[in-house]
Design a protein around this ligand. Structure first.
Ligand SMILES: NC(=O)c1ccc[n+]([C@@H]2O[C@H](COP(=O)([O-])OP(=O)(O)OC[C@H]3O[C@@H](n4cnc5c(N)ncnc54)[C@H](O)[C@@H]3O)[C@@H](O)[C@H]2O)c1
Length: 356
């Protein structure tokens, strides 16, 4: 069993990965500055797993603090989730993204060197493929940044790869996620975006919960079966299990390995919307808007390498993703309403209409 530090471990993907790692008997320690996570996450992890994970409230850019966390920990590996991830925000504030993502990673790597930790599993993204020429996308496809967020992921991949090449690190997995959605089936943890969600599933859930009026579908004239954009949606618990496999393989291997994590199947916006309606029994109001600049028509993974290297394939269906996302969203909406009504019984009607 390994002892693993999760930077950004209280966030969406980090918290689900903590559950999966604990379920496999690993020791997990979280490091997070809670800039995009609730302080209730560690207690919720305990409710799900029965394990009290140690938590360090720390900013990865604080190298001394990270050295203190790592030096005392006897860690076998680090899984590095901590980052900012909103494409629009990255274009509006590039310095912030270079600071948190790139300088933050440099700081973490410096602290890892100080502590003699040589294995890292890094949260990369399908965004490193830019506007892909062909689908499914294999790891050998050309890399290209179309925005600052993507640029930071490419820089971080290169930095980590160079440190493996020059011997400072022994092993790195660069995990390129496609579109993680869903939530733990308990409904206790899930994606909790602050402000207006930039991604489709959280927006859809907020429309279903009555927090927003209507979903805008950006473009219905793409060269796809129904004209709407096609993406590779992946259940976050499948993604979490891929991290367990990557850490376990990393303990016995050397070198840098870039690996796609997706199902290999593309679904359109309307496929997702109608599956969500079937899974929840709710009708979702939507309208068609113009295309968003920079959106690719289709983007889905070739997951062959993940199966070969990690023995991993995604198991959960689009229906599971919708059901679990909604379960999480409806429980947290009820908790919010109860808090607003001074702890009184939360109303049970959702904002979207029940399907006949
Ligand atoms: N969710 C996606 O759709 C997606 C897709 C591809 C890649 N990724 C990558 O996966 C990783 C995790 O994403 P997520 O969806 O769980 O995001 P998230 O925002 O839920 O989690 C990131 C966590 O990092 C923490 N954090 C941010 N800056 C920090 C700092 N300076 N110091 C310490 N902690 C800090 C946040 O508080 C949060 O808990 C990110 O690197 C993201 O770029 C996410």
């Amino acid at each position: 069993m390994a002892r693993i530090l999760l930077t950004g471990g209280a966030g969406f993907i980090g918290s689900h990965t903590a559950v999966a790692l604990l379920g496999r008997g690993h020791d997990v320690v979280l490091a997070d500055n809670f800039s995009n996570a609730s302080r209730s996450v560690p207690a919720r992890l305990k409710d799900i797993t029965g394990v009290d994970c140690p938590v360090h409230e720390v900013d990865i850019r604080n190298t001394q603090a990270m050295q203190a966390v790592l030096a005392g920990g006897a860690f076998d590996a680090v899984i590095h989730f901590a980052a900012l991830k909103a494409v629009g925000e990255s274009e509006a504030n590039p310095l912030l993204y270079f600071d948190v993502n790139v300088a933050g990673t440099l700081s973490l790597l410096t602290a890892m060197r100080h502590a003699g930790i040589g294995r890292i599993v890094f949260s990369s993204s399908a965004t490193v493929y830019g506007a892909p020429e062909h689908c499914p996308i294999a790891e050998a496809a050309p890399l290209h940044a179309t925005n600052i967020y993507g640029r930071t992921k490419l820089i971080m991949e290169d930095m980590i790869g160079d440190l493996v090449r020059t011997g400072m690190l022994s092993t790195a997995f660069l995990l390129r996620y496609f579109n993680p959605v869903g939530a733990h089936p308990s409904g206790l943890i899930g994606e909790d975006p602050r402000g207006v969600p930039a991604n489709l599933m959280p927006y859809l859930c907020q429309v279903a919960a009555g927090q927003r009026d209507c979903l805008t579908v950006f473009g219905d004239d793409y060269p796809t079966p129904d004209g709407t954009g096609v993406r590779d949606y992946l259940h976050v618990m499948d993604l979490a299990e891929a991290h367990c496999a990557a850490v376990e393989v990393a303990l016995g291997t050397y070198g840098t390995h870039a690996v796609n994590l997706g199902t290999g199947t593309g679904y359109s916006v309307l496929d997702l919307l109608h599956t969500f309606e079937r899974a929840t029994g709710l009708a979702i109001p939507y309208r068609i808007g113009p295309r968003r600049p920079g959106d690719a028509p289709s983007c889905y993974a070739d997951p062959t390498l993940a199966k070969a290297m990690l023995g991993w394939t995604a198991k959960r269906t689009l229906h599971d993703m919708c059901q679990d996302s909604w379960h999480w969203q409806s429980l947290s909406a009820k908790a919010r309403q109860a808090a607003e009504h001074g702890g009184s019984q939360a109303p049970t009607t959702a904002g979207a209409q029940l399907l006949a």
